[in-house]
Design a protein around this ligand. Sequence first.
Ligand code: ACM
Length: 524
Amino acid sequence: MIAVPHGFAQSPGNIALVPKPLNVKELDGYFTIRENTSVISDAAFRGVAELFSRQELGSSMVKIVKRNSAPARNSIYFIKKNLPEQNNKEAYQLDIQPSYVQVIAATVEGAIHGMQTLLQLQLLQKDRNRLPCCSIQDAPRFGYRGLMLDVSRHFYPVNTVEKMIDMMALYKLNTLHLHLTDAAGWRLEIKKYPELTQTAAWRSHQTWKDWWFGDRLYAGEGSPDAYGGYYTQLQAKQLVAYAAARGITVIPEIEMPGHSEEVLAVYRQLSCTGKPYTQGEFCLGNDSSFIFLENVLLEVMDIFPSTYIHIGGDEANKSHWEKCPKCQQRIKDEHLNGVDELQSYGIRRMEKFVSSHGRHLLGWDEILQGGLAPGATVMSWRGESGGIQAAKAGHDVVMTPAGYCYFDSYQANPLTQPEAIGGFLPISKVYGYNPVPSALNSAEAKYVLGVQANVWTEHIPTSEHLEYMIFPRLLALAEVGWTAAGNKNWDSFETRLQKQYTLLQRCNIHYYHPIPNLQIKATA
Ligand code: ACM
């Protein structure tokens, strides 16, 4: 039986883990990692044990153990065994005794979380080789715990994304959603359409703001002053593998039908007018648009094995379709009732395509407009109403309401901050979010898969600034996604957060004001 999980609030003691585990028992004493400490694993967890061993002991020596052998002294074990919480595939158990450590799980996901708890405990100690004895049983509240990175408005190199993946894993997030395409730049090599990365990935100004409020032109790769970049297919596959080894799924987002100015600048025949720089929406009366999008998704699905393929779907300006003869013809031919249903037609067509390849379509809550495609999962960002509507209709949802989950918002008094998109989202507000809206009954609540923070990067030009916007708010979101509702407590979190700041420094995370040339705005 699991003991009452309230240890932290009274005594954070040696253990200041985030997210707070289901149950922690602090014990006397320490396990000391020595040069000759062995890492011993069941075959199933060899990859996890190797990763731990490489990161922490500077070696990749892992012995494969026979089951049921008694724990040897001075060893760290990774053991595959069913747990009482076996209906939760991410559950794990961690025991740290003076003479041995064991991570027990039924699945690789569970073993990874146990390993990450061990890593975090190390990073929280002054002496990383001295681990406080404890017994932890743990499992997440939600199966989807995500972070979305917008790599279009500003582009971040692979090592920035890898560092983010390391930190996500440390805090037990399991989904990285990459917003790969938008007006400000296409960020993924597509072999069939080379102009996407030869031209549409590059723009005339370095910062989004200068570009957006300037000429909004694209530039050829390598041309003077061109700003941009993209991930090659090889880099993207390596990123997917890097994340998978850490228990993280990468979901690609390819925007459609709106937010696609960069595509239509180079493949102008896919816009309603046939002219570049006139709109951001694909012409949905033109079959070539669907052929293009399907060909792109074929390459995307080859790179990203995720169950979900995100097709955007937000903020399309439908007025172009009102005036387009081809779109109007489509509305007539398909007996659609206006442009909302035309968008829905487009999303349904893509949903069929994605499903026929064994994947699930995921989109922003505008995909509800004109009727939701069967099988579609909704990301609720304009508040919670889209998520509520979708869940009541029996569709899965991921909650990302802007008021709680948009990390491009200000996190403190704007007078003291680098420019942000607006809003005000201090860490306490993130922490207070409950992803299950009270409007849902318990049957409907099962459709809430989890929660995600979104980081739109219009005003975030560097990797350091990106870290500043994400940390420490991501720790609060991690606890929202993982920790049982009755086990959350702001005072406890705030106490643990003080210790986590030291950890973030050790991990070289720029959670503090790092922005060179920050101009503090003068008050009027
Ligand atoms: C969004 O923030 N436009 C999904």
